[in-house]
Design a protein around this ligand. Structure first.
Ligand code: NDP
Ligand code: ZN
Length: 362
């Protein structure tokens, strides 16, 4: 067993505290990773606070993990000791269903769906069609910890040219915004809107610009307009009705990263004929949509869940090739509870990344 130190929430109301536990040694197809940096995603907060009503406690969050391989199982061929690697939201999937066979493990249709890096299978045994537990575990502990053990196929390579701390947010925020832009074929010259200017929004703006789009960031805070300008995007305060009216019917693609239920109707009016608005932020029922707005321009409303392992590698390589890195603030693990409240208030610029050496010192 591997003695591991992490930060865990014991209940929805306790916040995160130091927590010692043991991980199983790497199996033949697995690698052991020393965690160097871990990004703080808003999903970590939803999960810790049980806002999706599915949290298994204790909860050790963290799914934007960058580290070094310290051990490889006997059958591992893709990674070597010393490699700089990344782990995102998934650490396994059924590998047999049509989605897995097509390289879209993030839509795994196995009885337990994919195995999340923390909080266990996406469909727990109790809710799977035949009460199965494909992965033999009810919970998993993520990257707010000193080490991680992960099947090699779910470990990606951090390309040279990306700083390890900057690579961390790409593993969730990056791939979650890149995957829908690829699927809905965002291309050079498109007019793209990003709703919610936080961790995902920051990556979405940079990726869309690199794809050649003309990018608009919609924010609730006027002080973020300058931040949009700094990134070469145009900032719009989302309740500025005159600004919305000026852009009516002009967008090719809009991506919403707003982390809770919100009204899409004001933004649907901005879409061109045949254009799509895709929601990745709010994983919950939304306010009702006026289908008259959608039908009159044959628009589509979509959703998207993280991205595949291949897309995760693709977005890392894309960022390295295009000089893209998220704007981050590095924090000590001891400040994690304060960081959570700042993320909830929209005060982070734009992603907190935990320096995990502060956990070893702790
Ligand atoms: P952040 O908190 O970093 O950013 C969200 C931004 O949305 C804020 O900066 C703020 O921007 C705006 N916002 C609007 N309403 C609120 C509110 N009530 N509370 C806080 N922010 C608000 O979050 P992330 O970018 O890390 O994540 C965004 C959402 O995406 C989360 O809900 C997360 O769970 C989800 N997610 C979904 C994934 C998927 O696969 N579909 C994968 C990863 C994350 P502004 O100040 O500009 O108004
Ligand atoms: Zn995330």
């Amino acid at each position: 067993m591997i003695r591991t130190v992490g930060y865990a929430a014991k209940h929805s109301f306790t916040g995160l505290h130091r927590y010692e536990f043991e991980r199983e040694e790497a199996r033949p197809n697995e690698v052991e990773i020393e965690v160097l940096f871990c990004g703080v995603c808003h999903s970590d907060i939803h999960q810790v606070k049980n806002e999706w009503s599915n949290t298994v406690y204790p909860c050790v969050p963290g799914h934007e993990v960058v580290g070094r391989v310290t051990k490889t199982g006997s059958a591992v061929t893709r990674h070597q000791v010393g490699d700089l690697v990344g782990v995102g939201c998934m650490m396994d999937s059924c590998r047999k269903c049509e989605a897995c066979q097509s390289g879209e493990e993030n839509y795994c249709e196995g009885p337990n769906s994919w195995l999340a890096t923390y909080n266990g299978p996406m469909v727990p045994a109790a809710k799977s069609p035949d009460n199965t537990n494909t992965y033999g575990r009810d919970n998993t502990f993520g990257g707010y910890s000193t080490s991680l053990v992960v099947p090699e196929d779910f470990v990606v390579k951090i390309p040279t040219g990306l700083a390890p701390e900057a690579a961390a947010p790409i593993l969730c925020a990056g791939v979650t915004t890149f995957s829908p832009m690829r699927h809905w074929k965002v291309k050079a010259g498109d007019k793209v809107g990003i709703l919610g200017f936080g961790g995902l929004g920051n990556m979405a703006i940079k990726l869309a610009l690199a794809l050649g789009a003309d990018v608009y960031a919609f924010t609730s805070k006027s002080e973020k307009i300058n931040e949009a300008t700094r990134l070469n995007a145009t900032g719009i305060v989302e309740d500025d009705e005159d600004a919305l009216a000026a852009h009516k019917g002009s967008f090719d693609f809009i991506l919403s990263t707003i982390p809770e239920k919100h009204d899409l109707n004001p933004f649907l009016t901005l879409l061109k004929r045949n254009a799509s608005l895709v929601v990745v932020g709010a994983l919950e029922p939304m306010k009702p949509v006026n289908n008259q707005l959608v039908a009159f321009r044959r628009n589509s409303i979509g959703g998207s869940l993280i991205g595949s392992i291949a897309e995760t590698q693709e977005v890392l390589d894309f960022c390295a090739a295009n000089g893209i890195a998220p704007d981050i603030e590095i924090i000590d693990i001891a400040n994690i509870n304060d960081a959570y409240s700042k993320v909830e208030k929209g005060e982070v610029r734009f992603r907190y990344v935990i320096d995990m050496s502060t956990l070893r010192r702790d």
